[in-house]
Design a protein. Structure first.
Length: 202
């Protein structure tokens, strides 16, 4: 399986083991470098044993988790996503806050909350409409635009909320990627199955 030298993420056709799929935006190398710098800034401030940091090649914005799909809905998804991407203009977002979710008292993930003046929410709603139209169960949870930096252990200590804001790193949301995630003994392997630029049909 080939691996992208720029991202360290496998690129190609799905393996024989059916992966869990998700739709995502993947940062370019320059943006990923700035996001990794935020990880490094926070790393000394968090209990080492409590947090597992997302590897730099796997930093991404999840737009819709899909799970392991059967062949028919997977094929329908691949047929319709290029049309959605072409009709959706590229959009601008930025890093707005770092937060512990669901709360600082019971942290499960450390995230960067993203702001786009509603553009990411509209894109997520369009994706939700598309997947519902091909028979995939709708997502009951409200979409919250974020990028996960680290995952907390089940017994992670309570934390204090962040007082200062992170640098407002600009994010150019210019493509939609279909990614497969396969669990391996050494961790999850992310495989980029397809990528479509936004706004080519506008």
């Amino acid at each position: 399986m080939p691996v992208s030298r720029s991202t360290g993420v496998a690129v190609g056709e799905p393996s024989s083991e059916r992966p869990r799929l998700f739709l995502a935006w993947l940062p370019d190398e320059a943006t990923r470098t700035r996001l990794v710098a935020l990880q490094e800034l926070l790393r000394p401030r968090l209990p080492r044993r409590d947090y597992r940091w997302v590897p730099p090649p796997q930093l991404h914005l999840t737009l819709r988790f899909l799970g392991a799909l059967d062949a028919a809905p997977a094929a329908a998804l691949r047929a319709r996503l290029p049309l959605l991407a072409a009709a959706t203009p590229a959009l601008a977002a930025h890093v707005a806050a770092w937060q512990f979710w669901p709360s600082p008292r019971t942290p499960r993930v450390l995230v960067l909350r993203l702001e786009s003046r509603g553009a990411l929410e509209r894109l997520a709603a369009a994706i939700e409409e598309l997947v519902g139209g091909i028979g995939i169960a709708r997502e009951p949870r409200r979409f919250r635009a974020h990028l996960t930096l680290a995952r907390a252990a089940a017994d992670a200590a309570p934390m204090q909320p962040f007082v200062e804001a992170p640098p407002p790193i600009p994010l150019a949301i210019d493509a939609l990627a279909l990614v497969g995630s396969t669990l391996r003994p050494e961790g999850a392997l992310h495989e980029v199955l397809a990528r479509w630029p936004l706004g080519t049909g506008a």
